[in-house]
Design a protein around this ligand. Structure first.
Ligand code: KMH
Ligand code: ZN
Length: 286
């Protein structure tokens, strides 16, 4: 595992997720439309985020994969700042295999790559898998490679390192590998968000990997703090956690980024700028 420079942390903000029930009805401050996502992204950039992980919604608030909506979000963000744009290929349960990857045509610098399948266990999609078969992962990563997009490999359990190893063995991902350890998803096959699981996932990281910590719900604060201490990058934001603290909804994504930056500074770390993050991750400098 590669640790970040001691005095740096790369902060990703994941502002809006794909889950259809997570809308403004649960937190009215959730940005859904391109203009809201871009405005909020700029506020997060000003607070210290370097990467923006993006899901798009249509005008009715449903997950969409269309290039046009992603392009509008990218253009709006890029007209204001140089945040690294990381599109989600996780899609939503309503998106097909091809729709999930259409966002690549809007030319993000990075894109998520889910490293195995999980089972949805609640709501109208209960029993519908979040499918990421080896063949599918390989198709996605090959397209990313062709288009110069760095994959953010999302790992939800130890078993998914088998898929990471497969991509490394086949030369389909480049160093430094960027691996997002995602804890606390309420899907069957995912790990709970506990310090013990985080530590044990870190033990299985390949040598040349930089890691990021994502934790869902109330675990976002303690586990991202732990991630910083252990030399990792962190992800905060309303895709993973709608609350600032118990009983208090987050006012904005920027509020969650600002708290992460305060904690980083208490730990003698500065948030990496987007260009510093590009250098660390091996992306082209903007
Ligand atoms: N909602 C996250 C916990 C993706 O976008 O590819 C999982 C995620 C998947 O971020
Ligand atoms: Zn996502």
């Amino acid at each position: 595992m590669i640790k970040l420079p001691e005095d740096k942390v790369i902060i990703t903000v994941a502002q809006t997720g794909a889950w259809p029930l997570v809308t403004k009805t649960l937190n009215p401050n959730l940005p859904e439309q391109p203009e809201e996502i871009a405005e909020s992204a700029y506020a997060c950039y000003q607070e210290g985020a370097a990467i923006c992980h993006i899901h798009a919604r249509d005008r009715e608030g449903r997950s969409t994969g269309t290039k046009e909506v992603f392009q509008e979000i990218h253009d709006r963000i890029r007209s204001r700042c140089n945040l690294i744009i990381q599109d989600s290929t996780g899609g939503g349960p309503n998106l097909t295999f091809e729709q999930r990857i259409e966002c690549l045509h809007a030319r993000p610098e990075m894109a998520s790559l889910n490293m195995g399948s999980l089972m949805r266990v609640s709501g109208q999609y209960k029993g519908i898998p979040f499918s990421n078969l080896r063949e599918e992962i390989e198709i996605y990563v090959t397209r990313m490679k062709e288009m110069g997009v760095k994959p953010e490999m999302e790992v939800y359990s130890h078993a998914m390192f088998r898929e990471v190893e497969n991509l490394i063995r086949k030369g389909l991902v480049e160093k430094p590998y960027y691996i997002n350890l995602v804890l606390g998803m309420t899907y069957q096959g995912a790990l709970d968000a506990t310090p013990k699981y985080l530590n044990s996932l870190i033990d299985f990281l390949p040598e040349e990997a930089i890691f990021n910590v994502t934790a869902v719900g109330a675990a976002q604060l303690p586990l991202t703090t732990m991630g910083m201490i252990l030399g990792g990058c962190i992800r905060v934001g309303m895709e993973d956690n709608l609350y600032y603290r118990k009983g208090e909804l987050a006012k904005s994504n920027a509020q969650l980024v600002a708290r992460a930056v305060r904690i980083a500074r208490e730990l003698n770390k500065e948030p990496a700028t987007p260009d510093e993050a590009r250098k660390i991750l091996g992306l082209k400098i903007s």
